[in-house]
Ligand binder design. Structure first.
Ligand SMILES: NC(=O)c1ccc[n+]([C@@H]2O[C@H](COP(=O)([O-])OP(=O)(O)OC[C@H]3O[C@@H](n4cnc5c(N)ncnc54)[C@H](OP(=O)(O)O)[C@@H]3O)[C@@H](O)[C@H]2O)c1
Length: 260
């Protein structure tokens, strides 16, 4: 798998940024797409070697015009896309009693409608690859209720989107899979103001680790290596799969003693 073209949404941070790092290190061309300039600067501060090696584009996955203009740009520059990772997402907290209709709509727009718009728009370039792979970054929160109603529903919807597309796009030799991470240390919780301060977030991470059979929460690299595999021809018979990458949290139960 060398010199292929990949589009990663939300590549300026966390898991998306790590996926980009792994793909670039193997000699691939990567196009990233996210909203804020600041997060791109933060990413390049963290990984200066990516400067000039990744096309960091600005826009929102929920904006059809932004995605259409990205499509034109990628079509003119590369003419093909071998892999798409629908990674961009936002997180909130809240139950049916606490979240507003506006928050509900916003989460579903970014986490579910965004992947739909991007996949639909880029289909012509994915078809050209003859063997393209779409990976949707979902969550274990889509498999069992998490701490946010809207987020869990959006990720459960994304998993059905994966299964449906696998059937629809198989005849074009396009594979579609979900990767469902457990808790991973990234910027998502603090950037989306899930915690009041960094110390509360770090305390949560420490407490959460003991509930994971493997005894720790995830790193972006834990997720990126599975995504890289699914993007590669090594996974050429895997499609329509929902794959938890979660340190075992999906099998956690009261009988498994917490790791100290
Ligand atoms: N970290 C975890 O514990 C965890 C667990 C399970 C699943 N996940 C999933 O893993 C994926 C990556 O999460 P992460 O933890 O790496 O989060 P992160 O560090 O917050 O990164 C999210 C990325 O998405 C971009 N983004 C958000 N909204 C966007 C939009 N409308 N259009 C384009 N880009 C947008 C962000 O940049 P801008 O804000 O600048 O647009 C950023 O680059 C997400 O799908 C998340 O749901 C994460």
């Amino acid at each position: 798998m060398q010199n292929k073209i990949f589009l990663i949404t939300g590549g300026s941070s966390g898991i998306g940024l790590e996926i980009i790092g792994q793909l670039v290190s193997k000699g691939h061309k990567v196009v990233s797409f996210s909203r804020s300039e600041e997060k791109i600067k933060r990413a390049l501060n963290q990984f200066p070697a990516l400067e000039g090696k990744v096309d960091f584009n600005i826009g929102s996955t929920t904006n059809e015009d932004d995605i259409k203009s990205l499509f034109e740009q990628v079509k003119n520059k590369y003419g093909v896309v071998h892999g798409l990772v629908n990674n961009a997402a936002i997180l909130n907290k809240g139950t049916i009693e606490t979240i507003s209709v506006e928050e509900w709509t916003n989460i579903l727009d970014v986490n579910l409608t965004g992947p739909y718009i991007v996949a639909k728009t880029f289909l012509p370039l994915l078809k050209k690859a003859d063997g393209a792979s779409i990976v949707n970054i979902s969550s274990v929160a889509g498999l069992k209720p998490g701490t946010s109603l809207a987020y869990s529903v959006s990720k459960a919807g994304l998993d059905m989107f994966t299964k449906f597309l696998a059937g629809d796009l198989g005849p074009y030799n396009i594979r579609v899979n979900s990767v469902n991470p457990g808790l991973v240390k990234t910027h998502i919780h603090l950037d989306n103001k899930i915690f009041d301060d960094e110390q509360s977030y770090l305390n949560m991470l420490k407490n959460a680790a003991s509930r994971y059979p493997i005894g720790r929460v995830g790193t972006p690299g834990d997720i990126a290596s599975v995504v890289e595999y699914l993007l590669s021809d090594k996974a050429s018979w895997i499609t329509g799969s929902i794959i938890p990458v979660d340190g075992g949290i999906m099998v956690e139960n009261d009988l498994i003693p917490p790791k100290k």
